[in-house]
Each structure stands twice: as C-alpha cells, then as structure tokens.
Ligand binder design. Structure first.
Ligand SMILES: [Zn+2]
Ligand SMILES: [Zn+2]
Length: 388
C-alpha cells in the first residue's frame, strides 16, 4: 500500500469518464481472474483486495467524487464517510461475490474465504417530540462503530509487510484428509484452524487493529430525519454502520424514531386528535375560539348549537403524509372533539335563569328538581356526529 492517493481508475483499467456499467464490467473481469477461489497466489490476493477497494470507491458516486477531486476516500479513516452507496446500496461484497461466482452460500468450504467481509448494520434510537416529527430534524448523533483502520487501511498488516500464504493448508483455507473405508477413498475437508479458512496469515499484524483491519471509533454524524416520521419508523443512513472485517464495506446505520406522547394531541397516522372543552352556554350560543394547533394559535368557529361529542375538522393541520418513497404528500387533518361541559354548581340566581329558560322553551315538565345534580333531563343527551 502506498501513501499517495491511489489510482483507482488505473487499478480497474478504466478511463476516468467510465460509466457505472463499464466499471462494473471491469471489476467483474478482474475479480474473476484474481479471486482467491481461482488464484490463491499471494500477489493475486493482494491485487484482488486493491481491485475490490477500487470498485467500492468508484461505484459510489460520493467516493468517486472525492477521487475526482484528487483525494482518497479510503485515506481518512472514515470507511463509512461516504453517503449513498448506489447502485449497490445494501448489496454487500459477499452478495457480489456470490452473484459473480455462484458460491453455494457461506457453508461451502471450497477454497479460502475472503478476509474482507461486509460490515454489520447498526441501530440507534432517537427521541422526538411531536413538533419535531412535524418539521423533521437534523441532529448530531454520536455513534460508536468500527471504522477502517487508518494505519493499515484494512489490510491488517504492519507497515511494509503483507499477508503470507498459510503453511498449514498451503493457502487453500481447508485441510483435506483421505480416509480408506469399505466404500473406497473418502475425502473430508475442514476449515484450516491456523488461518481460520482464510488461506493466509498475517505474520506481523498492524499494531493499531491487531490484524482486524478496523478499529472502534466514536464519531459524530448528522442524521436528517424527514418531516412526518412516526414512532418506530427507521431512517437508513447508507454506509454509516460498521466497517467489516478486513476493512470490508460498511453496513448501514438505522435511526429509529421514538415519538414522545404529546400533552394535547393524540396522533393517528397523519391525523391528529384533540379535545376542546366548552361551557354549555358557549356551545349553545356559538363563538369564535382561539385554538392551539401545531401551527400556532388559530381561530375555530363554533356554530350556535354545537353538540357534545361533535367533531370539527381543521383540514391540513395534521402531520405531513410521508410516503414510502420518502416524499411528503400533503398533510393530515386535525380533529377537534367538542366536550360540552354542563355546570355542576349553580347558585340560586343561575338556577333561576335556567328555570326561566326552561319554561320559555317548554322544557320544564320533567327533571326540574334535578338540575343542580348531574344535568340529567335538562338538556337531552346529545348524539355525537360529524360536522363534515
Ligand atoms: Zn490496522
Ligand atoms: Zn491455513
């Protein structure tokens, strides 16, 4: 490994203006020649890693941009520093190898397995208020994951050294035993215990990562959560998870939303619900009332004769409708449930007025004696129904 920015285009043998397809083809061709399954030779394995690293970089638009600006995205210790890993997002190195070589899953012990393995995903929880779910947030998170070892850049070897072919298995990664039985010769194979199936050993491990190719690191990243998220939703930050063994491509980081309950509003998908308490007289006479919404105080018009249990809908005052695509498509509604309060303590004068009202309305036949109780009989129990 050299200290200067590596020529990733040269490693893959493509022009600087090569398209994604061309880069993929070039990598596929080289990987076929150099893959440890095909070519256990030490130099080929070293080249295979270089080619794989070059492909990782050039197939990622953001990392490629860094290269095009004269930098080296694998040179800053932040293996997952890049953002999106298109067009192979979520497509680990193992998958690519399986697709190219038709490996029969990881169970196969045929040939040495690669030291470079894709990294694991990571999950982090983020507590958000309803207001933050409304607007979306951009928040700094401290994550503690494995990142690429800066010192060896994933090779696991001390500076100036390189892996050596495992003497025990001769680089095959497995040990074969031939046994004679009444069925004839039986060949059994098991992973080599010395190199753990890798076919190579690191004689002089990197002192920083002890040969793993990655180190644990605490770093701060900015997580952007879109408007309209809800409890339990996960936002994927591509390539921000753990770097794999041997400096393999990083997994993804998932940020899971933990929505805190709101004191006023109850959420149901994109709709919000709240209860508005109004005195009996206000409900009967109608009024324009200030109502606290997530967008500030707004005027809510109560029609004269508003009934208990009525639901008034303030359209577009709910939560953003977040689609699967990540786009916001309008907003839900705010449902205001009217709770008409019947007075429970009336003084003599108030009782007199209500009795007079009852007489005027011809409602004084039944229940007069119970008006200072729980309101039974005076106003008939209202049925709830929707306004719109
Ligand atoms: Zn190292
Ligand atoms: Zn071995």
């Amino acid at each position: 490994m050299t200290k200067v920015a590596r020529d990733y285009y040269g490693i893959l043998g493509v022009q600087r203006n090569a398209g994604a397809d061309e880069i993929k083809r070039a990598y596929r061709k080289l990987a076929r020649e150099l893959h440890p399954d095909v070519n256990p030779d030490e130099e080929a394995q070293h080249k295979f890693k270089e080619v794989t690293a070059a492909y990782e970089v050039l197939s990622d638009p953001q990392k490629r941009k860094i290269v095009d600006m004269g930098g080296d995205p694998l040179d800053n210790g932040g293996g997952g520093a890049g953002g999106m890993r298109d067009p192979f997002a979520g497509f680990g190195l193992g998958d690519i190898m399986d697709a190219f070589f038709g490996a029969a899953g990881g169970a196969s012990t045929r040939g040495p397995r690669s030291r470079v393995q894709p990294g694991a995903d990571a999950l982090i929880r983020m507590r958000l208020t309803l207001e933050e779910c409304l607007t979306g947030v951009s928040r700094e998170l401290t994550v503690d994951t494995a990142i690429l070892c800066e010192l060896c850049r994933g090779s696991g070897c001390a500076e100036g050294t390189s892996p050596e072919v495992c003497e025990t298995c001769g680089g095959r990664g497995e040990i074969q035993a031939v046994q004679r039985s009444f069925l004839g010769q039986v060949v059994t194979a098991r992973p080599c215990p010395v190199c753990r199936g890798l076919g190579e050993v690191i004689p002089d491990p990197c002192r920083q990562c002890a040969g793993d190719g990655r180190v644990r690191s605490r770093r701060t990243i900015v997580a952007k959560v879109p408007p309209g998220v809800a409890d339990g939703m996960r936002v994927r930050l591509s390539g921000q998870g753990e770097v794999g063994p041997g400096g393999g491509p990083a997994g993804d980081l998932y940020v899971e939303v933990e929505e805190q309950p709101h004191s006023t509003f109850e959420r149901s998908g994109a709709d919000l619900h709240c209860t508005l308490r109004v005195p009996m007289t206000t409900a009967a006479l109608g009024a324009v009332l200030p109502l606290e919404t997530l967008d500030g105080v707004e005027e809510l018009e109560l029609e004269p004769g508003t009934q208990h249990g009525m639901e008034l809908v303030m359209s577009g005052r709910g939560m953003p409708k977040l689609r699967q695509s990540g786009r916001v498509d309008g907003r839900g509604d705010l449902h205001v449930h009217v709770d008409v309060e019947v007075p429970t303590r009336l003084d003599a004068r108030q009782q007199e007025l209500l009795r007079e009202l009852a007489t005027l309305r011809g409602e004084d036949e039944g229940g007069l004696a119970t008006t200072n109780g729980k309101g039974g009989g005076f106003f008939s129990r209202m049925r709830s129904h929707r306004t719109r």
